[in-house]
Ligand binder design. Sequence first.
Ligand SMILES: [Zn+2]
Ligand SMILES: [Zn+2]
Length: 333
Amino acid sequence: MKCVPVTSANGPLEVVEREKPTPGPGQIGINIEACGVCHSDVFVTSGGFEGLELPRVPGHEIAGRVDAVGEGVTAWRVGDRVGVGWHGGHCFKCDACRTGDFLNCAEAKITGISHDGGWADYVTVPWESAARIPEGLPAEDAGPLLCAGVTTYNSLRHSGARSGDTVAVLGVGGLGHLGVQYARQMGFHTVALSRGPGKELLAKELGAHRYIDTAANDAAEALQAIGGADVVLATAPNAKAISATFGGLKARGKLIVVGAAPDPLEIPAFDLLSGRTVAGWPSGSAIDSEATMQFSVLTGVRPRIEKFPLAQAGEALAKVLSNDVRFRAVLVP
Ligand SMILES: [Zn+2]
Ligand SMILES: [Zn+2]
């Protein structure tokens, strides 16, 4: 098999040949057809993620076909189309798992961090981390839906917003360009926010009813001018930009953070007293990924992608980190 392992922090990223592993008990082997590149892959390439051991193959937007099935696995058969996202498996036994909250499992695994991921042409993963890819969804489109897609779709469907409510999506990048499409298709009054006028046309093509240029306007004032937002979905990993939207919420509105900003948010305590809340959302488990892909097929939501061969994994990640990808990079082995 071919793969691109991270062998040292910020070291070179090159294709190497390895012996193809056979899936152990509870695992499946996947022939990879595509794997998206995510901002979070830098947690692996920088070597900085807590508990990470190198060498490790990154990649948590895997799409392919089951190639082998380990002992005790009854849920999958060879040939099934499957995808694997960030959530890489769970124990089924801890208190969180017993309530069905697999994402917060005490022993939760992360694809491409706890075990090798999808910057490869083959991978073995715990069976419960795999989601069925529906007919009509190409592998290269399925990949980005397994992290960027499920994160935005799943957070919006759990946001409490109802049809006709105003949902503002901050950022029109890897996550945001999907968030705008989902918000529109879910029946929300959809407002896209981004810096500068450059993304306006695209945001409207993706389904935004309105566009707010946050370089030319105060985000909170502009949102209040149209009645305020019931939900702000913050996809841009920028604490200042996120904080600036909070005053644009209606009373009892909710700011949902899905972009991993490194700095603290600045929210005036007084502004919370109207019942506004700030929350995060942790992507989703395999069944959430299935729901994301099915909804995408049903409504025509698709990621906009740039394809790269496996040998250019390093270049692809560099383009993701410098925001030069329109809008999701996908490795095709
Ligand atoms: Zn990701
Ligand atoms: Zn558990």
